[in-house]
Design a protein around this ligand. Sequence first.
Ligand code: F3S
Length: 429
Amino acid sequence: MILTQEEEAMLRGDEGEAAKLAMEILVKVGEKFGAKRLVLVASAHIVLAMYKSIFDAGVEVCEKFAAMGARFRVPTTLDPSGMDTQKWREFKTPDAYAEKQLRVAKAYEQMGAIMSWTCLPHFTGSAPRFGEHVGWTESSAVAFINSVLGARSNRETAVLDVCIGITGRTPEYGLHLQENRYGKALVKMEIGGRMLQTWEYPVLGYFLGKTLGSEIGVVEGLVGSPKMDELKSMLAAAAATGPLAMVHLVGITPEARTRAEAFGPNHLERTVTVTEETLKTTRAEMCTVKSAKIDLVALGCPHYSIAEIQNVIKLLAGRKVAANTELWIYTTKQVRDLADRMGIMAELLGLGGKIATETCMLISPVETWGFKTLMTDSGKCSYYAPVQCKTDVIFGSAAECVEAAVNGRVVAPQQAKSRLPGDPEGGRA
Ligand code: F3S
């Protein structure tokens, strides 16, 4: 790899032991992927953050970098913590587990991280601009910034993400290069020219991830103007069920104003069709049981926005969560503070719901609480929950999830509709 003078100096150790080690790792990875050089990044985002998935070895890596005097050279944000950062005792987090998570937090504080603890740094003040190179992990965020914002990042990996933050650089290969950003497969929406409903976005994402894998698809025929929350949910599911890092959404992705622009010089290699049957079959795959008593309704993967929390309050319509069921919403600290200021937090608590902050159902020790069946409106959560939370899972719209929370069991969609005539999502199953 060709390195600049500054990079050579880091590699020699002129800028400290931590920068030297980080540079050595980046160069090795760059060589493995055939990168000719490193590219400067505007920011880094780190998944080496939650104890549940980094284990003791991950804690030691963070502490080792901190002890070596590492400081982040570019704004570096953190993925969610392995527990609610403030109310971890209330969420029954085991002490030994919490102690490890707190050590991770301390190490990153020392290194100058932005203690964001969210998978949505792009929704909380750290959004990259069009064409900007960044070095992010967190598959859902990478898929979003490539596909919706037109920023450039590969799906970086844990440890490498720390090295990127320390050096402000990443190997230039994959999606950092224009020639690798063009589409190869056409995905045609053939659902009678109708708009997708909110709950169908994660279903479509689930299908796209499974079907496209790492191949860049070009989705044509999305009708209307999807909300940011819908795209967020769709791309998180797509990046969960496959190694997808970018998909062109014609008319939405800045590099895909037209189908021709999305494909660029590439030839169309294959065409995939999405029909009503595709959506129906995929939705069925997202559930491990057909109908059941629900122990936990978990919303907020990716972290819920204030609008999504408002929707839950509206759907609850003053009704309480059933006695043997929990309704937990995961979100950022900013959104929780907003919910607090708006009185939504108190209202939700009064109805038996809870808001967990800066963590989520998949990376906190949910499996220790003995839940058997979890219901969610998240495609990503429905994919991972059986393994990560050790539960059966049922996917449903936000309206169906709220009905399940109130009734303690899955309610037939028609019933949900009749109970909530004014709800924009009610009964859309
Ligand atoms: Fe975010 Fe946790 Fe889902 S990190 S995307 S809420 S798995």
